[in-house]
Design a protein around this ligand. Structure first.
Ligand code: ADP
Ligand code: TMP
Ligand code: ASP
Length: 240
């Protein structure tokens, strides 16, 4: 079923599916990178955790009428998805100040954003994924004003849904990054992954960082933190 390798990225390998030209298999690796690949390590079990967490999150979003590329988890480290042409944007939603916005704009960590902020970054490793405005996005990606507005609305809807999902798991959703892609007929759907690699999650009670910042800032054991996220999601989604 798994066909040839289409692409190898920093965190996943992407495979064709034999006989299914409109599907892909995403295979989650154990590698962790930060600061555009400048910091690197491998963590046994990370690929499994991110695959299972992303699968749970996309299943939950599907139940809540968010259209995405996700079809099903195939095994511990791989998932089947609809093939898309990725729009080279990283769409970041922020509920609370953390990470690059604190350095870029001098905003204190933990300051809340009400309503949440949506930021666009141009997905280009060589340029270091620079922040861009709407006009840059039209020019660089060819999306229309209407499509960008649709993407931002979807990102905010995903935020509302995920705030609830993570709150039940006793986690504060600080911020996260989304990617969108086009299906063959041009429809825009949510793609890529939603995991502690792509979200900031803080423990609701203690404020402890429970995401890839543990690796970025060398705060502790990444795998036990990701295990806790998966466990909390499993405990809280089986009843749904
Ligand atoms: P990166 O390319 O940033 O190093 P990954 O290692 O996660 O990231 O690689 C996975 C690649 O697969 C990303 O470039 C992502 O945009 C792409 N991708 C995710 N979902 C889909 C999809 N449904 N169709 C096509 N490409 C996808
Ligand atoms: P930032 O504060 O570094 O801009 O990150 C915002 C959010 O986006 C955070 O939840 C981490 C996520 N993110 C990615 O998923 N991939 C990236 O390459 C970067 C820089 C951030
Ligand atoms: N995803 C980026 C990298 O792999 C940056 C990050 O997540 O901090 O380097």
């Amino acid at each position: 079923m798994k066909g040839s390798l289409l692409y190898e990225g920093k965190a996943k390998k992407v495979y064709h599916v034999d006989g299914e030209p409109n599907q892909l298999i995403l295979s989650y690796k154990n590698d962790a990178t930060a600061f555009n690949g400048k910091k690197k390590d491998r963590f046994e079990g990370k690929g499994r955790l991110n695959n299972l967490i992303t699968s749970k999150v996309f299943e939950y979003l599907k139940q809540n009428q968010i259209s995405s590329h996700f079809i099903e988890a195939l095994n511990d480290t791989e998932q089947l998805v609809e093939k898309t042409t990725i729009i080279p944007l990283e769409v970041v939603v922020r509920n609370v100040a953390a990470g690059s916005i604190t350095r870029r704009l001098g905003i204190q960590e933990k300051q809340p954003f009400e309503p949440p902020l949506v930021e666009l970054f141009y997905k280009d490793d060589e340029l270091g994924d620079p922040i861009i405005n709407d006009e840059h996005a039209y020019h660089l990606t060819g999306i229309s004003e209407e499509e960008l507005s649709q993407i931002k609305q979807m990102a905010l809807k995903v935020n509302s849904q995920l705030l609830q999902l993570f709150k039940v798991a006793k986690l504060k959703l600080v911020d996260f990054k989304l990617e969108f892609g086009r299906l063959e007929d041009g429809t825009i759907v949510l793609a890529d992954e939603i995991s502690p690699d792509t979200c900031r999650l803080w423990d609701l009670d203690t404020g402890e960082k429970m995401d890839k910042d543990v690796f970025r800032e060398s705060l502790g054991d990444l795998i036990s933190v990701y295990e806790t996220i998966l466990q909390r999601l499993e405990e809280n989604t089986c009843a749904k």
